[in-house]
Ligand binder design. Structure first.
Ligand code: ADE
Length: 247
């Protein structure tokens, strides 16, 4: 696997507002008929760029509530179906996130993940405790990080925008630089399929700051999505045709 050159990249995104700037800059077209069959609500976009196939897949909308499907469950379901259908050489989770200023994060930064873990899966039974936290390394990409001057750190996932005292303690135990709601679920799917997995997360709010995350998130969503739009083409150009070991 590691000697094969990258010819197909799957970019997984939770929210439409995060996905559309990427679809536009990469000049992708929505797949009609859908590549990911209903009743899965995922929406996929495809194009050829930098000599490789690029798919952006978003989770789609919740039929009951009309908002984007977010969190680890939709992320893992979409990832499973998309990996199965598209057989990518590399999966990248792209989206917005909270950042820890104690680990160097500032609003608008784009982080490259070094590892993935959960901070809200508490199962205090031997074996299940470690399973709950999960924790797995991202595929190492030191050359990509340097070429794009990206910050790096552990990405910790949970199913809440805020955090409980228990989440806070586990975020610290995970040495999280970035807090979001999808990557750990996708990392499980990538591991099942033995597909290399990276994540790029743009910071909308400061977790260890003093403002409510929802306020900062809504204020900075647009500029963070633009930061992802700026970085996605150079990232895909860098990985195109390289082997995983060259990243
Ligand atoms: N997405 C953006 N900011 C977040 C935060 N603070 N926690 C979880 N997901 C986020």
């Amino acid at each position: 696997m590691e000697r094969k050159s990258i010819k197909s990249v799957l970019v997984l995104v939770a929210m439409e507002a995060e996905a559309l700037p990427l679809v536009n800059i990469l000049d992708l077209k929505e797949d009609v008929p859908p590549r990911i069959a209903p009743p899965a609500p995922a929406v996929s976009y495809t194009g050829e760029k930098f000599g490789i196939t690029i798919n952006v897949v978003r989770n789609g909308k919740c039929q009951l509530h009309g908002v984007d499907n977010v969190g680890t469950v939709p992320a893992a379901v979409t990832a499973y179906l998309a990996v199965h259908e598209l057989k990518p050489d590399l999966v990248i989770s792209v989206g917005t996130a909270g950042g820890f200023k104690a680990r160097g994060a500032a609003i608008g930064d784009v982080f490259l993940a070094t590892a993935f873990a959960n901070h809200d899966r508490r199962i205090p039974i031997p074996g299940f405790d470690k399973y709950g936290v999960w924790r797995i390394d991202a595929v190492p990409a030191p050359n990509l990080r340097e070429a794009l001057s990206l910050k790096e750190g552990v990405v910790s996932s949970g199913n809440s925008l805020d955090y409980s005292k228990e989440d806070w303690d586990q975020l610290h135990a995970n040495e999280a630089a970035v807090k979001e709601m999808e990557a750990a679920g996708i990392s499980w799917v990538a591991h099942l399929h033995n597909v290399p997995f990276l994540a790029l997360k743009s910071i909308t709010d400061i977790v260890d700051g003093d403002r409510p995350p929802q306020e900062e998130f809504l204020e900075n969503l647009h500029s963070a999505a633009q930061a992802l739009q700026r970085v996605i083409s150079p990232v895909l150009e860098f990985v195109a045709g390289k082997t995983i070991k060259e990243l």
